[in-house]
Ligand binder design. Structure first.
Ligand code: ATP
Length: 294
């Protein structure tokens, strides 16, 4: 697909330190593409900028991590303007899921080169808030909240592992009452994830086989306990892509989670609180640019 006008939103604080303007200029100078940029600040985030651009450009490109990508996705939910990704974060889960080149300059070349197509990908809806990747409760949520910017700057993806170990020591199981496509389950667990995407951001490892952002399904994953053996089994599950007794897994269109008390959870990167969370899949609702052969 060829575009005459694109707008690139840059998060200058995202994980990678690289000359993104220079990369953009190097690739786009020899094309007919008219390009503009906006830079996010803590007060004017990617969501607001993307919203203000709807109808004013043909393609909204985001350079940043999964947090910034999720914000743009939320802004463009249900809208005809497509988005494209230049990976600039620590984990870059979404770009891996979509087969986007991991080097920023290569991702720009893909956008400019025209060997692309726009596809509709699924998003989830959690208590009226759209999300792109997943909703996390329990230790997965604590881990994300506790992985500080400093830790990410020093250790990159390893920061999530360091934070996971810190979180494990403090974790208590929670009772989750689940209504999954109309069927009731009660599960004790230390972590509950409702995921749209399968990739966990480490190489090409996915949570479980066949989870992806175009399957029109949500995947509910409960981790039952946190002793070290269980954790190693979960790591094995991710590496070898099989289910184990430590992880329980359901595939569904809709899940209601009853927690018994107001509980913090993470919807993509933002912290929320609720006593019950209603989550459903909205198929094909976000237009996104990928390689033609994806
Ligand atoms: N100019 C800025 N200065 C500081 N923080 C910013 C700025 N612009 C945006 N942010 C913050 O950046 C965060 C989003 O970062 P993002 O997820 O894109 O990158 P990351 O943390 O490197 O990626 P990952 O989630 O993959 O680790 C948001 O919390 C947002 O408030």
């Amino acid at each position: 697909m060829q575009f005459n006008h694109i707008h690139v939103i840059i998060n200058p604080a995202a994980g990678k330190e690289e000359p993104i303007l220079s990369y953009l200029n190097t690739v786009l100078i020899d094309t007919d593409i008219h390009w503009e940029v906006s830079v996010t600040t803590p007060d004017r985030e990617a969501f607001d900028i993307a919203r203000s651009l709807i109808g004013k450009t043909q393609l909204i490109v985001i350079y940043g991590g999964d947090g910034s990508i999720a914000e743009v996705a939320r802004a463009l939910y249900g809208c005809d303007t497509p988005m494209a990704i230049i990976p600039g974060g620590t984990a870059n889960v979404m770009s891996k899921e979509l087969g986007i080149p991991q080097q920023a300059i290569e991702a720009i070349r893909l956008i400019a080169g025209g060997q692309t197509k726009v596809i509709g990908i699924d998003m989830g809806m959690a208590n009226d808030t759209p999300f792109l990747l997943r909703v996390n409760l329990g230790i997965m949520a604590d881990m994300i909240l506790q992985t500080s910017r400093d830790l990410k700057n020093s250790f990159g993806q390893l920061a999530y592992g360091i934070s996971a170990i810190q979180t494990l020591v403090q974790s208590e199981p929670t009772q989750f009452k689940l209504l999954i496509d109309g069927k009731e389950f009660t599960e004790e667990g230390v972590a509950l994830t409702v995921t749209n995407a399968g990739n966990i951001g480490i190489s090409d490892f996915t949570f479980l086989p066949d989870i992806n952002v175009t399957d029109s399904y949500l995947d509910v994953i409960v981790m039952n306990n946190t002793d070290l053996t269980s954790l190693l089994r979960v790591a094995g599950t991710m590496l070898f892509q099989t289910e184990s007794e430590v992880l329980k897994h359901w595939r569904c269109k809709e899940v209601n989670i009853t927690l018994g008390q107001p509980t913090s959870y993470i919807c993509d990167d933002s912290e929320q609180q609720a006593e019950t969370i209603s989550i459903k899949i909205i198929p094909g609702v976000l237009k996104i640019l990928v390689a033609e052969n994806h």
